[in-house]
Design a binder for this molecule. Sequence first.
Ligand SMILES: Cc1cc2nc3c(=O)[nH]c(=O)nc-3n(C[C@H](O)[C@H](O)[C@H](O)COP(=O)(O)OP(=O)(O)OC[C@H]3O[C@@H](n4cnc5c(N)ncnc54)[C@H](O)[C@@H]3O)c2cc1C
Length: 466
Amino acid sequence: MSRIEAPCDEATSNLTDRLLAGLPPEAVLTDTDVTASYANDMASFCPAGVPAVVVLPRTVEQVRHVMRTATELHVPVVPQGARTGLSGGANATDGCIVLSLTRMDRILEISTVDRIAVVEPGVVNAALSRAVEEHGLYYPPDPSSWETCTIGGNIGTASGGLCCVKYGVTAEYVLGLDVVLADGRLMSTGRRTAKGVAGYDLTRLFVGSEGSLGIVVRAVLALRPKPPRQLVLAAEFASATAACDAVCRIMESGHVPSLLELMDRTTVKAVNAFARMGLPETTEALLLAAFDTPDPTADLAALGALCEAAGATQVVPAEDPAESELLLQARRIALPALEAATGTTMIDDVCVPRSKLGAMIEGTERIAEKYRLTIGVCAHAGDGNTHPVVCFDAKDPDESRRARESFDEIMALGLELGGTITGEHGVGVLKKEWLAREIGPVGMEMQRAVKRAFDPLGILNPGKLF
Ligand SMILES: Cc1cc2nc3c(=O)[nH]c(=O)nc-3n(C[C@H](O)[C@H](O)[C@H](O)COP(=O)(O)OP(=O)(O)OC[C@H]3O[C@@H](n4cnc5c(N)ncnc54)[C@H](O)[C@@H]3O)c2cc1C
């Protein structure tokens, strides 16, 4: 791949002029205070460069113009959605064009017969969920950041969420894509049909590609009929291990909850401090489970009994949907609450086979002790997807070093247990040294070959993934 260099002032001005030839002035931002505010996503410990320019296109043709310009001038391009990413995947590189897709935010079609939605990439996840709900439909992938994150970002990171334990992750809902390639060509992948196996599955390849293969400008998404409203139950445990045992019992029993989430004591306390939620602080671990079945009360009673058999000290079903929604809200704010309570955080995203969840949590507790750090854990427990949140004082160099080492040791533990370094947040900058450890040299060779095929100049989101 040819080398990309940060442009000098003259080059930046030439770049801006070329971009303005195909974009309206309000879509091209060059004020350095403003462009600097687009440098980072929400991950800590990830270096970010200084963008040369930020562009905010509204049309596919404008995106194509940006990519043609970038290819001609060999300038790196960093696609961005809402920058809620937690791996540095949307961080700017020096001299790049930040390509923010947030203004391409139209829902183009909702078809109740085909059960699909066709959307632009800047549509906010919650906006899509609400829009399809009006048609009696449901778009399941629901990251906790759903009120702000975009569908383009969800596709870029292959997002998960709270309801994935029953309904699966973003990859299962992306049927087809329109993608602007590095040189500006427009490619359509996939289908809008219920089935289709024509050629390699390039749609799936793009899901989780972190902006490194092309720019998603339109997506065909599968929808489901809207399920009945879910009811939530909270179960308290004297240890996180006992809560993990309950998760195993629930999954083994054949129950299919619509949500199965875990928060340890550190997380519970942080959530209470952040939003006065009144969660029980004496408990070591809180398990939230839900059913959206025709008779959720009966299903929750059976699930409550399984929790009690695993040693739950208290099992409290929500009285109504409003109380259920409050409990969900408590889980959704867990990450910002931990950050607010403790200063800087590094958020791991290790996913292990469910049967190894207990070992993962116990190992994380040992790592916290070894490094003398607070590591709060919240988890999409039903998926085996843990988010150990390493809390530290970034101004203290020794504590920062221990934080980074403990963060890495948690990933090593995940791999030892047969898991993955990232269940849903992506590799980005934060975990790129770890990708080869997970997929091995042959896997890396093939991944690089794919990257070269789509992006021979290496201009698309350089420095991410590899
Ligand atoms: C409080 C909080 C809670 C969270 N909870 C969850 C959770 O439950 N589950 C989960 O999976 N994640 C979660 N996240 C992480 C984050 O919200 C997701 O990764 C989300 O999908 C990012 O969307 P975004 O629009 O912010 O994308 P960005 O952060 O802007 O971008 C993410 C990646 O996608 C690429 N990208 C963006 N748009 C495009 C496009 N149009 N074409 C090509 N590439 C593109 C970017 O280059 C980058 O690599 C959480 C984050 C926060 C802050």
